[in-house]
Structures are given as C-alpha cells and as structure tokens.
Design a protein around this ligand. Sequence first.
Ligand code: AGV
Ligand code: CA
Length: 312
Amino acid sequence: MKTPVYFNHDGGVDDLVSLFLLLQMEDAEVTGVSVIPADGYLEPATDASRKIIDRFGRGRAVEVAKSNSRGKNPFPAEWRMHSFFVDALPILNESGTMEAPLSPLPAHRHLIDTVKRTEGQTTLLFTGPLTDLARALDEAPEIEEKIARLFWMGGTFQTGNVQEPEHDGTAEWNVFWDPEAADRVFRSGIEIDLVALESTNKVPLTPAVRNRWASERRFEGVDFLGQCYAFCPPLVYMETNSTYYLWDVLTTASLGKPELVERRTVNAIVIPDGPSQGRTVETADGRPVQLVYDVDGAGFFDYITELAKGAA
Ligand code: AGV
Ligand code: CA
C-alpha cells in the first residue's frame, strides 16, 4: 500500500524540486500540495507547482492550495525571486496550459480537509515555515491523530542562517519566519523527523553536482534539476550566506529512502520571541524530535538523480 503524503512548501528552488521528486516516488501517494509565500511569492510558486504536477505528475490531478498565512519576519526578496524563475522555465510552459486543480480553500483548511478525507494516517512533509500546520491544529485539533508523522526542514542546533538586524543569528529561517507557529507544533504530540541546517552539511550544491546533471541532461527530469539549480550559488571556496545546500530535497529524500540518513533523538524547544526568536534549543525538558545527524551523501545524490531519470 502507498503512503499518503501531504506536502506544504514555500516556493524556493529546493521546495519545487522536492515536489518534482516526491511525484516520482513509487511508494508515495501525494494527496495534496499547498504553498505558503515565505521563501517565494505566492502566485509563481503556486503556478510552478501546478505545472510541475502537470508535466511530471504521471497523469495525476493533485490539488494545489494557496496559503493566506503571513509571517512575522519576511524572507529576503532576492531569494524569493527564485519562484518566478522556476515558473518561467520553458520545460514547464511548453503545453501552455495549467490543468492541476486549484483548491478554493486556503492552505490550512485544505490540509484539514485532505487529512480528514484520506483513509488512515497521512504523512506530512513541510519544507517551509509551519504556520499552516499550526493554524490547522488550532482549528481542528482532532486531525492530530490522523497524522502519522511530520518530516520538516527547519531549525538548527549549531549556527543559524538568519542575518538580520535585531536578531542574534542563532535561528534557521523557516523557524524565524514564524517562530510562534514552530513553537505551537512543537507543543503538539506529532512525531517530528527533523532535517536541521547542519543535517545538510554533506549535501551542498557544488560545481561537480551540477556537472553531473549537465552530463545527463538528455533525461528531461535531470535537465529540470540542472535548470532549477542554475539559479542558486554553489559552494566553491567557502560558504557564504547565499550558498545553497539541498536542504528541502534531503528532507524529501529522507522520507522516500530513510536508509540514507542516521537519526538520533534530541529534546528541543523553540524560542518564540526576542532577539533569539526562532532558535531551536536542545534541552532535557524539550519535546523529542528525530534529528538527522549523518547522511550518505553519494547515495543521496544517486537516489535523486535516479528518481529524476525515471521522470517521463
Ligand atoms: O533555511 C533553509 C530553507 C530551506 O527550506 N530556505 C531555503 C530552503 O528552501 C531558506 C534559505 C536559507 N538560505 C537560503 C534560503 C538561500 N541562500 N537562498 C534561498 N533560500
Ligand atoms: Ca523551503
């Protein structure tokens, strides 16, 4: 039997690549997709999602919902522009149509409805802030028991990636965008599989990775990977604030092929406000999360490239 998976993302390059890869996984049944305008803009990120479903969804009509959630701390506009670039790729616009259905519901209501309507438990995949999940839990706490677990890219127990005035730099962006939402979800009973920033240290975007995709661009799915990651700065000499790791894609791959990662239990809380807002802290009285602390990097890149080769 296939695992029902509901995917909420925020329109970055690796969010949209994650959608593409999720649609290739034999064991995953994608029950719905929703888009939150955090690290992307709502319209292009939604349109790109629908076009990816049309082009690479193997004929499935997966419904897409737009979020009406707003964050506390906006992402840099420069990063958010990526959603326009992906939406404009010729490979997604060849047909000139958009068939994947758009839900009339806002994302958090779409999540509630979809989870309720799906038989058995649903696995959640979130690769942006947790706002829509927090709102869904507030409006319909009864869905908690219908959630198998949450795979989430967010947080860090080492160095943060937020460099903003009035912040001390200890947070990861997906938590920082809406720290209260992450705190709300951490206070729920949902089991959390966490890919934190440091979990992705072995999967940076490098020129070698790009060259591999370029050499196999005769496969349309591999060409799509290469085109998407052409927008992101790779790791060459040293890490900068804009160096790209395969954050969300690792999270998605860890759902599709759990053997790729090692996990350990960490007890953690989220700091909801103040200069460290969005920081995740390991502490004995925190809630348990399953943190990815090691990754088979080569196996990971092989896995996603093979998935992409299989895309028709
Ligand atoms: O903090 C990582 C999260 C992931 O969900 N996002 C990007 C991924 O989608 C924010 C982010 C951090 N650094 C970035 C980000 C960068 N250099 N460019 C774009 N987004
Ligand atoms: Ca993201």
